[in-house]
Design a protein around this ligand. Structure first.
Ligand code: 5SP
Length: 223
């Protein structure tokens, strides 16, 4: 499949949110990446349902909702109702992950599981066949604009090997510090969804940055 680009709205200008949403609508991006942070699972609070509903009102592309919250089961239905197409929960926040993934699918959404940088890919061995997406965090979650962790490349390769045996259609998403100097290598390691926040929204020409990420050939840049 061609890879997907998901600009992270956390890096948008919230005083000009409609303008930034329109920019993403008009760009070659595929999804809106929406970071929900509760100040408990991660040391930051982002935004909740009123903002998500405002984004949904103008967004012309699927909402890829990344829940950095404890006990996400409490809110799955509300996020589905608020317009999420993909709901990703953290492995580290879900004691009954199999049940949580089933609940997301029952709501008609794609189900994803995210791994913090310290969480090994092999822990997904008994769930990888049940998820639509694995999100590999390439920074510690909680903030945009952090430095990409190099170990991520190897994690994606390992995940890809596991997926080849157990889930060929798995979406492999990478999030944190993604830019044009690491994106080509991420694609060649097996990533097929790139999240980018600051690299897109602080650019002089965000649409052309999105286009550059979308039209990358795996491995040609940043290997
Ligand atoms: O989930 C997160 C941070 O916790 C990310 O989605 C960031 O929002 C990505 O931002 P950049 O690192 O690309 O600026």
């Amino acid at each position: 499949m061609n890879h997907l680009i998901a600009p992270s709205v956390l890096a948008a200008d919230f005083a000009n949110l409609q303008r930034d949403i329109t920019m993403v609508n008009e760009s070659e991006a595929d999804w809106f990446h929406i970071d929900i942070m509760d100040g408990v699972f991660v040391p930051n609070i982002s935004f909740g349902f009123p903002v998500l509903e405002a984004i949904r009102k103008y967004a012309g592309k699927p909402l890829d909702v990344h829940l950095m919250i404890t006990d996400p089961d409490r809110y799955l239905e509300a996020f589905a109702k608020a317009g999420a197409s993909v709901i990703t929960v953290h492995y580290e926040a879900c004691p009954h992950l199999h049940r949580t993934i089933a609940a997301i699918k029952d709501l008609g959404c794609k189900a994803g599981v995210a791994l913090n940088p310290h969480t090994p890919v092999h822990l997904l061995e008994d769930i990888i066949q049940d998820v639509d997406l694995v999100l590999i965090m390439s920074v510690n979650p909680g903030f945009g604009g952090q430095k990409f962790i190099q170990r991520t490349f190897e994690k994606i390769r390992t995940l890809k090997l596991m997926a080849a045996e157990r889930n060929n259609s798995l979406l492999v998403e990478v999030d944190g510090g993604v830019n044009l100097s690491n994106a080509g290598k991420l694609l060649s390691c097996g990533a097929n969804v790139l999240v980018a926040g600051n690299f897109v929204f602080t650019a002089n020409d965000p649409k052309s940055v999105i286009s550059d990420l979308k039209n990358l050939t795996p491995g040609l840049i940043g290997v």
